[in-house]
Ligand binder design. Structure first.
Ligand code: MN
Length: 129
């Protein structure tokens, strides 16, 4: 059975790119553009991994990650944070909220898939660099 990944990204091109690449690698994906829908979508889809854009209109991905960590059903779901933030302390703040992994934008496909495969059991180890 294919592993499931919830892709949270408000940018249409990035969201499509992430979903296309993940589908090409055998994952089942559920795209979410609206941060307000993330928690309900995650509860319904029961993903093996959440890809979380941090910059979302109206809601911070950091707050969404923290909310997941307080949710009985989503508490253990790995989260790969993707962010354009470059400020000092941002990665620590995002990891402190409960992110399992962290990638800076712009995201390249190789490191993206390596991070995904490293966080989803049963999809094999990340390829050697
Ligand atoms: Mn964004």
């Amino acid at each position: 059975m294919a592993k499931r990944i919830l892709v949270v990204e408000d940018n249409d091109l990035n969201r499509k790119l992430f979903c296309d690449v993940l589908r090409a690698n055998g994952f089942e994906v559920e795209p979410v553009a609206d941060g307000e829908l993330v928690l309900n979508a995650a509860r319904a889809f029961a993903p093996d991994l959440v890809i979380m854009d941090i910059q979302l209109p109206g809601v911070s991905g950091v707050d969404l990650i923290a909310a997941m960590r307080r949710d009985a059903m989503l508490n253990d779901t790995p989260v790969l944070a993707v962010t354009a933030y470059a400020g000092k302390g941002d990665e620590e703040r995002i990891r402190d909220a409960g992110a399992t992994g962290y990638l800076s934008k712009p995201v390249s496909i190789g490191p993206f898939m390596a991070a995904v495969k490293g966080l989803v059991p049963g999809q094999g180890p990340a390829p050697a660099a």
